[in-house]
Structure formats: C-alpha cells, structure tokens
Ligand binder design. Structure first.
Ligand code: AMP
Length: 442
C-alpha cells in the first residue's frame, strides 16, 4: 500500500517521499484514514513505529482542506488551529521538526512552545497566529493566562505520550487546557501503554467515544475492527536485548570496558539521577572516553546543543536521565544502555524503543544489580520473556542477581545449575523470600 491510497494530497506525499518513506507503517495505515474521517482516536503502538507521521500527516491534510474551502489558514492573530501536547521540551522540538518536514510543500505554520527559554520571543511568534502548535503543558498554560494566545479556533487536539504526561504529574495542567478548548473538535490520544488513568483521561474529553488503534485491551472498546498493530507491552523485535549483572561499584568500569572492548560506535546511556549523570561523564572521560550528559538541571540551550551533537554523530556517548531523553528520535540509534534499570516496565519499553526504530536493528543493554531484582521480574514479566544474560570477562559479580520466575525450570532440567533450592523458582540470596520476588507486572 502506498501513501496516496490513504487519502493524502500530493504535496504531503511528496514531502514524505523526500524523507525516503516508501510505504506507510502499520499505525499509519490505520490512523491516517480514521483521522481523515474525523474520528477521535486512541492509539497505541510500539515506540518508533512511525507514530508521529500517523497523526501529523492527516492533521496537515485536514488543515489544508479547510483552507481550500476559502478560510485563511489562521484567521486571526494569537489563534492556533491545532494543538499537540507533549510531556517534554525535547519531544516538542522533535515533533515540530517533523511537522516542518512533512509540511514543507504546504502553506501551514508550526511552532514548538516549551519552558526554560525566554517567553517574549514565543509571544511574538504567536502574535500572527500559528496553525500547528506543539507545546508542553506548563508553558502553554502560562502563556494562555497571559493572553498570549487563545484557543477558540482549535480544531484538533493531540495528546502524545499521554501515559508519560500522567506519570510526570501533568493531569491538572492537561485538564485546565482541555476545559478551555472549544467543545467541537477532534481528539487524538496516543500512548505507549493504556492503563486505567489514560483511559479516564480519554473518556474525560470525548463525549463521542474513541476508535481504538493498536489496542492490546480490546475489551475497553466495542467498535474495534481489523485492528492489528503490535501491542505496546512488548518491544520491537528488531531490538537485540541483553543484560549483564553487575555490582553497583563496578558499573562505570564495566561501561567503559564494553565501550572500548566491543568498539561501540554510539550509545544513549540512561541513568537515574542528575548528579550521577555528570559523575559518570567524568568517570568515562578519565578512561579516555568522551561523553556528555543531558538532565533537567542543564539549561535548555545546553540540552539542545548536546542533543544536536549526539544526533550529528559528533558526540558518540550521551548520558541522559529518563525524563530528559523521553521521546527523542535519533535517526539510526544503534544502542541504548540502561546503566540504571528503570523502576517501571513501561519506562524500560520506552527507553529501548529509542533504538530499533522503523525496522532498523538496535541493541539494548541493561546493567542489573542485586537491588534491581524486583524491577527485573516486573520488566521480564511484561515482556513475557527473559532477557538474555551475558557474562563479561573480568567482571565477576559479588552479589548475584537471581533469575526471574519466568525462567524457572526444574532443577533437574537446569544446565550448569549452581543454585541450591529446587523447590523454589528463586535461589541464591532471595531463597525463600517469595514475597520479595513475585513478578509485579502492572
Ligand atoms: P516515530 O515513531 O514517529 O518516532 O518514528 C520513528 C522513525 O521512523 C522516525 O525516524 C521517522 O522518520 C521514521 N518513519 C516514520 N514513518 C516512516 C515510514 N512510513 N517509512 C520509513 N520510516 C518512517
């Protein structure tokens, strides 16, 4: 199937072809016609499956269609015609960059709006009105309160990474924004995972209900037909995932060893704490590895500069806290490292989704210390498989991490088994403590 069969106009198809897209991805095939029909959409899809184009392309199509009927693109100053809400600045910048690429042959304006930078410039840009505004909730509300923009001409609302926005505590801001939007509008909500909170949010802003796309839990919606996008609870199968168990105090040495020994060309390295990020960069540099970091305490300008250096290949190793790296699409990213294992399975899936995008091959490596065992159980339960373990010469672990319950095989079937308990799926340190090891996939 080609893009032209989806009901998109020539200038949009031309822009997509310029980017080298030859055919629509699964989510694009489903979402584009549905959005063009004016449906409210609740979409889930694996990360990196072309989700952005699945909502931006039909949005452009709809906005140019209205123009053809005689309306000017943005009729009045300080007005916007569509609003894309995202959890982070980086994602807002990235989505707006995609909008600019996809809309290069049509006469529509777009802008990214986010905090941490000067407001005055943003206000000036809004004076003439903008067709497509990509915004983070906080700054948008600030400018709304200052009457730098009005919502009365919004035709479409898109919430991207809704689960992440809720995790980040944006529910009040989102509710305030939604309250101020015109009632008659189209709503699209995309989320890597659909949980109760996401569903509540979706229900709260669409009286007409949603068409589900890419759904895992079909029972939520009655009107699902022919829906067949891989569920988001699993990760793209183009990603080679493996883990290495490690003691906390040898993590940075292990990372340096892997970078040098396996001649890694590139790595996005996720770390839990902001101060840990800067420390890791200096530890790597002491071993002759040039790296840099992004986290919430660095200025927006620095974050953008560092990210641009990483995207261009000038910087090969980027250490990032989960939030700072959320949603970042780095063309052909080959490798992500969970230097710290995330607390939630959803976060693991988001993170490793930074690689293996749009069918490319990728590698996701996790460092797992004894204290991560419960998280590991939850992640592997969510993935529904055990992640391959590799042993790295010269890095024996003092505190072994038991194998999660998913890997349980009776003792007599275990090759090279060294554990001591054949009645429990857990052995080693956690022997007998079943309560602490129960997989808790949410
Ligand atoms: P996304 O899931 O929107 O972050 O997209 C992931 C990557 O896939 C981006 O680099 C897009 O440029 C790319 N992409 C999106 N749609 C297509 C397509 N139909 N064919 C090839 N690549 C695509």
């Amino acid at each position: 199937m080609s893009f032209s069969k989806l009901g998109l106009s020539d200038p949009i198809i031309k822009a997509v072809k310029d980017l080298g897209y030859t055919k629509p991805t699964a989510i694009q095939k489903q979402a584009i016609p549905a959005v063009l029909l004016g449906k409210n959409i609740l979409g889930t899809s694996q990360t990196g499956t072309g989700k952005t184009a699945s909502f931006v392309l039909p949005l452009l199509e709809k906005l140019i269609k209205v123009t053809k009927r005689g309306k000017t693109p943005t009729t009045r100053g300080k007005r916007i015609r569509s609003l894309i809400l995202t959890p982070t600045r980086e994602l807002a910048v990235q989505i707006e960059a995609s909008v600019a690429q996809y809309s290069k042959y049509v006469d529509l304006s777009s802008m990214a709006l986010y905090g941490g930078v000067d407001m005055e410039e943003q206000k000036e840009r809004l004076v003439d009105g903008v067709d497509i505004l990509v915004a983070t909730p906080g700054r948008l509300l600030d400018l709304l309160h200052q009457r730098a923009l009005y919502f009365d001409e919004v035709e479409m609302l898109i919430l991207d990474e809704a689960d992440r926005m809720l995790d980040m505590g944006f529910i009040d801001d989102i509710s305030k924004i939604i309250e101020r939007l015109p009632l008659e509008r189209q709503n699209l909500l995309f989320s890597a995972t659909i949980n109760e909170d996401v569903r509540k949010l979706a229900d709260s802003f669409s009286g007409d209900g949603f068409s589900g796309i890419g759904f895992e839990n079909k029972e939520f919606y009655d009107d699902l037909e022919d829906i067949n996008v891989s569920p988001s609870s699993t990760s793209a199968d183009t990603i080679n995932q493996w883990l290495v168990t490690v003691d906390k105090d040898t993590k940075s040495a292990l990372l340096s060893h892997l970078i040098l020994d396996q001649k890694w060309d590139q790595a996005l390295i996720f770390i839990e704490k902001k101060h840990g990020a800067a420390k890791l960069v200096s530890q790597l540099e002491k071993r002759g590895i040039k790296a840099d970091c992004i986290h919430g305490d660095r200025s927006q300008a620095m974050r953008e500069k560092t990210l641009a250096a990483f995207k261009s290949g000038e910087l090969k190793y980027l250490v990032a806290t989960g939030i700072a790296a959320r949603g970042i699409d780095i063309g052909a990213l080959t490798r992500v490292v969970n230097y710290d294992l995330p607390f939630k399975p959803e976060e693991y899936i988001h993170r490793i989704g930074r690689t293996g995008r749009a069918g490319a091959l990728g590698e996701a490596i996790s460092f797992v210390a004894m204290g991560d065992f419960k998280n590991l159980c939850a992640i592997e339960s969510r993935l529904k498989h055990i992640i391959d373990r590799k042993e790295i010469d010269g890095f024996p672990v003092r505190k072994t991490v038991p194998v999660s319950i998913l890997n349980y095989v009776p003792k007599h079937q275990r090759a090279g088994h060294t554990g001591s308990d054949n009645s429990s799926p857990y052995y080693g340190k956690n022997k007998g403590k079943k309560g602490t090891t129960k997989p808790s996939a949410k």
